[in-house]
Write a protein that binds this ligand. Structure first.
Ligand code: MLT
Length: 206
């Protein structure tokens, strides 16, 4: 197996062309978001890696120095590893890389945002649930044609609304088509939000 393929992960084949890349939050693993993925897109294939970093035993996709303060060197390396993994997985499992939709929650949403900013071309679409700016690129990438849905909680104490709005602004300036919604919620997701995500996903053509 190639080196790019060394994430512990689940792959569940689907019956449509679409693949959801499921990226869990801190303390989650490759099993966490499978039910959410099935609910959001019942016929899609699901690719769900486990973050390789451990923080007090809790898996994450990259290191942080404190809550909301990221280890940028580690983030860079982990972002590349994840991007390479997605490319390698498409070859290995024979799914269409142009039909991948990342679905990230919290730390998973932040690493997906980092892949969008650092490795444009890998993710044609993403759903970022409770995301913040992962890093500020020197130059914005070209994200023309990339479709992104972002959901924030107005009472989220971990991810301030202004930070999510900054991310929305950056991705929009890079050319992505961004739909951003804020809900009367905290860090946890709500049913109202998931109904909206599902509707967006059904209408999404890539
Ligand atoms: C992060 O570290 O990515 C964010 O603070 C979200 C979290 O995982 O708590």
């Amino acid at each position: 197996m190639p080196d790019d393929f060394d994430f512990i992960h689940q792959f569940i084949p689907g019956s449509s062309d679409r693949t959801l890349l499921l990226l869990h939050g801190t303390g989650g693993d490759e099993n966490d978001l499978i039910p959410l993925g099935r609910e959001l897109a019942p016929t899609a294939a699901l690719l769900s890696p486990r973050g390789k970093v451990l923080e007090n035993g809790y898996p994450r996709f990259f290191r942080r120095l404190a809550e909301g303060v990221f280890d940028l060197e580690d983030l860079k390396q982990r972002t590349d590893e994840l991007a390479d993994f997605v490319v390698a997985a498409a070859k290995h499992y024979h799914f269409d890389a142009r039909q991948v939709v990342a679905v990230g929650y919290s730390n998973g949403a932040n690493v997906a945002a980092s892949v969008l900013l650092r490795r444009p071309g890998v993710l044609p679409s993403a759903i970022l649930l409770r995301a913040m700016v992962p890093f500020i690129p020197k130059e914005l990438p070209n994200l023309n044609g990339v479709r992104i849905w972002i959901g924030g909680g107005t009472n989220d104490t971990i991810i301030p609304r202004a930070n999510t709005e900054h991310l929305v602004q950056m991705l929009t300036a890079a050319g992505a088509e961004v739909t951003a919604r804020f809900f009367d919620a905290g860090h946890a997701l709500t049913n109202t939000e998931l109904v909206q995500v599902k509707r967006w996903l059904v209408a999404l053509t890539l």
